[in-house]
Write a protein of this length. Structure first.
Ligand code: CA
Length: 274
């Protein structure tokens, strides 16, 4: 992996309604790993679950695919819950990304999300494991109604509970791309336009994270809020970058080189044949 190919920042806040913060954020930048986990369960066990998920993921993702690492985290939460009667019902969502050169792998369980801001436009890269997402897929609900639906926080898959099936996607990053990992406490308070505004109007990840969390709190802060922002800089050698461009840009140097040779020939021809 190319060193210093990205800058990043992350923060988490309990919000205005809860004293506890059951979210956890984490990273291992030397391995290109970043994650958000959103815990749930009574007796403050949500924060125990998301901490177990974070610790397990940062270890397991070093040697296995992200979906396998998520299943490892699931088993770790189940094992811990079996040992403590107070933590029987604990669970956690998780979203984790791995950046390796321009390749970005994403794995998740639950409704924690990854957004991509590219050339000023925001795109959601993950699809929630939630009741609302099922209704949206069936066409039984509009995006606008989803934001106010009473069951919008109902997740259909959780690490530590039942039998989750992690999802996976990948994206090839381009220089200037910004990734946002967040818990639902952020995207429940801020719509796409507000997230875009906060990401665009601040230049460094530290300021973007602070602005996003502040905006979520100003909008209500009804849940724990977490945000991790990663800005990717393409530092690969030019030859490698051209090879991964969508058009066959490897021909561009030959094209421009050929053009320059013709111009030089015409100048020479003009100079010596008058
Ligand atoms: Ca939450």
């Amino acid at each position: 992996m190319q060193r210093d190919a990205f800058s990043f920042a992350g923060d988490t806040h309990p919000g205005r309604k809860y004293a506890h913060n059951e979210d956890n954020i984490g990273w291992a930048p030397e391995h290109g790993l970043f994650l958000v986990a959103d815990g749930m369960g009574g007796h403050a066990s949500g924060e125990v679950a998301s901490q177990i998920v974070k610790d397990t993921l940062l270890r397991a993702a070093l040697t296995m695919p992200l979906t396998d690492a998520l299943l490892e985290a699931h088993r770790a939460v189940v094992a811990a819950a079996a040992e403590s009667p107070n933590q029987r019902s604990m669970g956690s969502t998780a979203v984790i990304v791995r950046i390796d050169d321009a390749r970005c792998d994403i794995g998740w369980v639950g409704d924690s999300r990854v957004y991509l801001l590219r050339r000023g436009r925001l795109r959601l890269l993950t699809r929630d494991h939630s009741y609302i997402e099922l209704l949206l897929e069936k066409g039984e609900l509009s995006e606008a109604d989803a934001r106010t639906h009473p069951d919008r926080n109902l997740v259909t898959q959780t690490l530590g509970i039942a039998d989750p099936t992690p999802s996976h996607t990948e994206v090839t990053l381009r220089g200037g791309d910004r990734l946002l990992l967040c818990s639902d406490g952020l995207n429940d308070e801020l719509d796409d336009a507000q997230i875009t505004t906060q990401l665009r109007s601040n230049t460094i990840p530290n300021a973007q994270v602070a602005a996003l969390i502040e905006a979520a709190l100003a909008s209500g802060g009804r849940d724990n809020v977490s945000a991790v922002v990663i800005e990717y800089t393409d530092r690969r050698p030019l030859r490698q970058r051209l090879r991964s461009m969508p058009i066959n840009a490897a021909w561009l140097p030959a094209f421009f080189g050929g053009g320059a040779a013709i111009v030089l020939f015409l100048i020479w021809y003009g100079l010596f044949n008058n």
